[in-house]
Every structure is written in structure tokens, then in C-alpha cells.
Design a protein around this ligand. Structure first.
Ligand code: ATP
Length: 221
């Protein structure tokens, strides 16, 4: 399978992290920014780095952006530039457009004009830090929708040696255990009689308010 071609527009903190991470993973990355200093700084870490204003349709056309599989728009503060860039890329026919949003309203507009995925890195990381503060046992928190989330948490001491039936997370919290991680092993769709071991990680899905109750109860280890 040929490697996908990626382009990242806007090489701020988020964009440069996306671009260099893809590059480290072995993918071809074109990085674009209107600030030539940003372009110089990233040039050694990506396949190509170009200075261009992404609100200039001709410039994007000339760079052949419609031939890229995935384009990430990581322009934050200048919401107008972010929206214009997204519109132009959509019209050029980019197959997958991922756009960073500054706030909810910006995100709504991006969805309306055809962004395939809208990401809110500051909001998401803020949520994760908050959940980690409630309990250091919480390793990961992913919001699936307005109502549902997935949480990954280290099994508290009281759960060790018990099976899922005894913990009865479904009845107590109306949440479901999707998987149990033991080291690198992942037990997907565990059975009711599977026993929790020390240092196991539970992956649980449920309504966010129900998960919040569980997070508090499972905070002590
Ligand atoms: P981060 O938090 O990721 O650092 P940010 O949300 O503060 O980013 P900005 O710094 O405003 O976002 O934008 C990210 C980058 O996008 C900047 O390097 C900026 O030069 C670039 N940028 C802004 N407008 C354009 C444009 N029209 N064309 C190309 N690049 C642009």
C-alpha cells in the first residue's frame, strides 16, 4: 500500500507537533506557513516546507494540495483564515480535511463547510488534565459525543481479585467495561467471571455523568 501524503497548514505549536510526529512515523509531510521563520524552523524535520498564504487559492492550487490524501489545517487565532483555507481546500477536493477549532462556534462553522474532522486540542487536553486531577488512576479520557465518553483507569486496590460480576459496574454505574488491559495484553469484551489483577487498566464506556460517579468511587487505590 503506498504511503499516504500529508500536508499541514499552520506550523504553530499544534501544527508543528502533528507535522513532526507524522514525519517521525515515516510519512511524507508538506508543511505550509505564511511565516517564513516557522517554515525555516521545521524544514529539517519534514519532507517539504513552504512559505505560502493558505487563503490564496492560486497558491494552494500551485502546491498541488488536491493530490494530498489528508490535509490538516492548524491555524488557530486567525479564525477567518482558518475558515477560508478550509473552504478552498474543500473546493479543491481534498479527500480528508482535519481542522483545528479555536472554540465551539468556530467548530460548528468548520463542520458546516465540510471539514471531515474538527479537533479541539486545548479543550480536550484541559478535560484530560481535569480528569487526571480528580484521580491519578485516570489515564485517558475521550469524549465520544456530548453525552458519552470512554475512560481508561487503573484498577483501584479494592477491585483487585474481584471479577466483573462482583464489581457489577453495569448495575452500579450504568457503564460497560469494554476491555481489561494487563500489561501489553488487551482482553476485549471481557467475561463476567474475568478477574481484575493488580495494575490492570479498565476501559469503560458510559454516559459522562455516570462515568463521573465511577471515577470518584474508583479514585482511591
Ligand atoms: P498553536 O496553539 O498551535 O501554537 P495557535 O492556535 O496560537 O497555534 P496561530 O499561532 O494563530 O494558532 O496559528 C498557527 C500558525 O498558522 C502560525 O504559525 C501562523 O503563522 C499560521 N498561519 C496563520 N494564518 C495563516 C495563513 N493564512 N496561511 C498560512 N499560515 C497561516
Amino acid at each position: 500500500m503506498p504511503h499516504k501524503q500529508y500536508a499541514v497548514i499552520g506550523i504553530g505549536r499544534f501544527g508543528s507537533s502533528v507535522a513532526t510526529s507524522l514525519s517521525k512515523l515515516g510519512f511524507d509531510v508538506l508543511a505550509i506557513d505564511s511565516d517564513e521563520h516557522k517554515v525555516q524552523d521545521i524544514a529539517n524535520f519534514v519532507t517539504h516546507a513552504v512559505t505560502a498564504d493558505s487563503t490564496d487559492e492560486e497558491a494552494l492550487r500551485a502546491l498541488g494540495l488536491r493530490n494530498f490524501d489528508v490535509v490538516v489545517v492548524a491555524i488557530g487565532a486567525d479564525i477567518q483564515a482558518s475558515i477560508l483555507t478550509t473552504l478552498i481546500l474543500k473546493e479543491l477536493g481534498v479527500p480528508q480535511l482535519i481542522v483545528k477549532a479555536q472554540n465551539d462556534l468556530h467548530g460548528k462553522v468548520l463542520n458546516k463547510i465540510g471539514a471531515d474532522k474538527v479537533v479541539f486540542p486545548e479543550r480536550d487536553m484541559g478535560q484530560r488534565v481535569a480528569h487526571h486531577l480528580i484521580s491519578p488512576n485516570i489515564l485517558e479520557y475521550i469524549e465520544l459525543s456530548n453525552d458519552y465518553s470512554i475512560v481508561e483507569l487503573k484498577a483501584p486496590k479494592f477491585a483487585v481479585g474481584k471479577n466483573l460480576k462482583q464489581l457489577d459496574i453495569r448495575a452500579e454505574y450504568k457503564c460497560n467495561v469494554l476491555a481489561i488491559k494487563t500489561g501489553n495484553e488487551l482482553n476485549i469484551s471481557p467475561y463476567a467471571d474475568d478477574v481484575i489483577k493488580e495494575n490492570d487498566v479498565l476501559v469503560i464506556v458510559g454516559r459522562s455523568e455516570h462515568l463521573a460517579d465511577l471515577e470518584l468511587d474508583y479514585a482511591d487505590s
